[in-house]
Ligand binder design. Structure first.
Ligand code: ADP
Ligand code: MG
Length: 257
């Protein structure tokens, strides 16, 4: 596959490999959920993963972060092999931020506390420094004024932006998004996508499971289509949408576009 170094907005992809997945297979009990996954992601890539419900998108994302175990093949993140060694798992988790469909904020903690909890307790960052970092990222996602509120007092879109800020406070090198806008009301989708676009423009390596095809066209340098646990097809967005090769991709696109 050929890949451009930049997309129209000039976002750069480096030669450095961020994630290398080789011949990876995963089962849930007897159920073969991921089949022969090969995927190399370079630093600065913005990859959109799409595919029908149940095709294994979330499972793939969760394997990269070691939230799920794989049974065969290898996953190497930033040079660290994802083995059962807990030290490696901790290291990978600290380099990889994750954002889910449901924001998973702690309801009994303020926005600021949600953002400082892990840096203080996992990274041992002094409280004041953690708060300064949190405010920096809350400003980035454009809600510094909500810092003293609780998640329940915020809109869904605001909560998702807090979840993104909270991940960024751990200074990840890679961000994984699993349908971050699919639980949001339509008028809030844009504000979350805008935050993600900004992150991409700053050079963050991102894998985003999303059906927001406008986002894919604008931001992705590569779109991956999954079906039945396999990567069926991948291409640059332009070619992917205009000229899908596989029948399953064509069917999927005809249903969502
Ligand atoms: P997607 O995100 O593409 O909708 P998932 O990765 O969530 O797909 O799920 C892929 C398949 O694995 C589905 O058939 C789902 O029912 C199954 N699955 C997901 N999680 C589990 C689990 N913890 N145990 C057993 N089966 C699961
Ligand atoms: Mg999913």
């Amino acid at each position: 596959m050929t890949m451009t170094d930049t997309n129209p907005s000039g976002m750069k992809v480096s030669d450095e490999i961020a994630i290398e997945i080789r011949n990876m297979n995963k089962w849930y009990g007897q159920f073969h959920v991921l089949r022969d996954i090969d995927l190399t992601v370079r630093q600065g890539e913005r990859i959109v993963v799409c595919g029908p419900s149940g095709s294994g998108k979330s499972t793939l994302i969760r394997c990269i972060n070691a939230l799920e175990e794989h049974q065969q093949g290898s996953i190497v993140v930033d040079g660290v092999p994802l083995s059962s060694d807990i030290k490696n798992i901790d290291r990978i988790r600290s380099e990889v931020g994750m954002c889910f469909q449901h924001f998973n904020l702690f309801p009994h903690l303020t926005i600021l506390e949600n953002c400082t909890l892990a840096p203080i307790w996992v990274r041992k960052v002094p409280k004041r420094e953690a708060e300064e970092t949190a405010m920096y990222f809350l400003e980035k996602v454009k809600i510094p004024d909500q810092a003293r509120k609780y998640p329940g007092q915020l809109s869904g879109g605001q909560q998702q932006r807090v979840a993104i800020a909270r991940s960024l406070c751990m200074r990840p090198r890679i961000m994984l998004f699993d349908e971050p806008t699919s639980a949001l009301d339509p008028e809030m989708i844009k504000e979350v996508l805008d935050t993600m676009i900004q992150l991409a423009e700053e050079g963050m390596t991102m894998i985003c499971v999303t059906h927001e095809m406008g986002f894919a066209r604008q931001v992705a340098n590569r779109v991956i289509f999954m079906d039945a646990g396999q990567i069926v097809e991948q291409n640059e967005p332009e070619a992917f949408f205009k000229n899908p090769q596989n029948e399953r991709t064509k069917l999927f696109l005809s249903q969502i576009l």
